[in-house]
Design a protein around this ligand. Structure first.
Ligand SMILES: C[S@@+](CC[C@H](N)C(=O)[O-])C[C@H]1O[C@@H](n2cnc3c(N)ncnc32)[C@H](O)[C@@H]1O
Length: 264
């Protein structure tokens, strides 16, 4: 055991190890215009077009969501605590000649100024939050009055019987070998399990629990979207039918919440 090694270090190291192949995986990077459009439609539906409004992409990873936000007109800042992920994000930004600011930091305590963002987005961060209630309070304070928070995530612990059945079928038909070099090694699977067992949402990040916690911090107009079908359908050309089915019936969701113009 390393001295002072915490769950936060473990999460950071885990993602840094996954950075090299992260963008090769369908479901992470976007591989078709139809998927790009489906994601943009989701973002516009909840947040509207950017019109140069300020957006913060928390746990931006390789910048997939940051770039989508930039495409629809937001002035984007991305924060992640993995240097390996951020260097991929910066490379993409330079290739695409965008002016997204990417910097290293902890999404749960960003150090950004209160009232400085119009919107905050995040994909696949919430399930590993160490102290979500404090994080939600922090994000509330970072938003301007009327600002919006958009969470895209899922409860991957409490899969329905149908989702488990489809997964079993998929593995039986496709075989694990098809996942090739992108399959998680037993070592990475063990780290993933170890992280999951220590985080706040170790029993699954349920949309209704997150919505209640957001409400507690003062967010209102909390909208939970549980069907992300257009995105999953667009991804199916890379993933295959069974993976598409599996993703469609998992507990994936987008939650949008608004900071009131006059907080109570
Ligand atoms: C599943 S990846 C998602 C990346 C990106 N949001 C996306 O959807 O493509 C999770 C990312 O969250 C980052 N992360 C997890 N917890 C974090 C935290 N507390 N602060 C900053 N980054 C964090 C990891 O470094 C990793 O890049």
């Amino acid at each position: 055991m390393r001295n002072n090694y915490t769950i936060r270090d473990e999460i950071q190291e885990y993602w840094s190890k996954r950075a090299a192949t992260f963008d090769l995986q369908p479901g992470h990077e976007i591989f078709s215009q139809s998927e790009r459009t489906a994601w943009q439609d989701l973002l516009i539906k909840h947040l509207g077009r950017g019109d140069n409004r300020k957006a913060l992409d928390l746990a931006c990873g390789t910048g997939v969501i940051s770039h989508l936000m930039n495409d629809i007109g937001f002035d984007v800042t991305g924060i992640d605590w993995s240097d390996a992920m951020l260097s991929k994000a910066r490379q993409k930004s330079s290739d695409r000649q965008t002016d997204i600011a990417f910097f290293i930091g902890d999404a749960e305590r960003t150090g950004e100024n209160d009232g400085s963002y119009d919107v905050i987005v995040m994909r696949h961060l919430v399930w590993t939050l160490v102290d979500p209630q404090t994080a939600f309070a922090h994000w509330f304070s970072l938003l301007k009055p009327g600002g919006k928070l958009l969470i895209v995530d899922g409860d991957f612990v409490n899969n329905s019987i149908a989702a488990r059945l489809v997964k079993t079928l998929r593995i039986a038909f496709e075989g694990k070998h098809l996942a090739g070099p992108l399959a998680k090694s037993p070592e990475m699977q063990a780290i993933h399990q170890s992280i999951l067992s220590q985080v706040y949402f170790s029993n699954g990040a349920k949309a209704k629990d997150i919505a209640a916690m957001l409400k507690h911090e003062g967010f209102e107009n909390i909208n939970v979207q549980t069907r992300l079908t257009a995105i999953h359908r667009a991804q199916s050309s890379q993933m295959g039918l069974l993976k598409f089915l599996e993703r469609s019936i998992q507990n994936r969701y987008a939650i949008c919440a608004v900071k009131p113009v006059v907080p109570e």
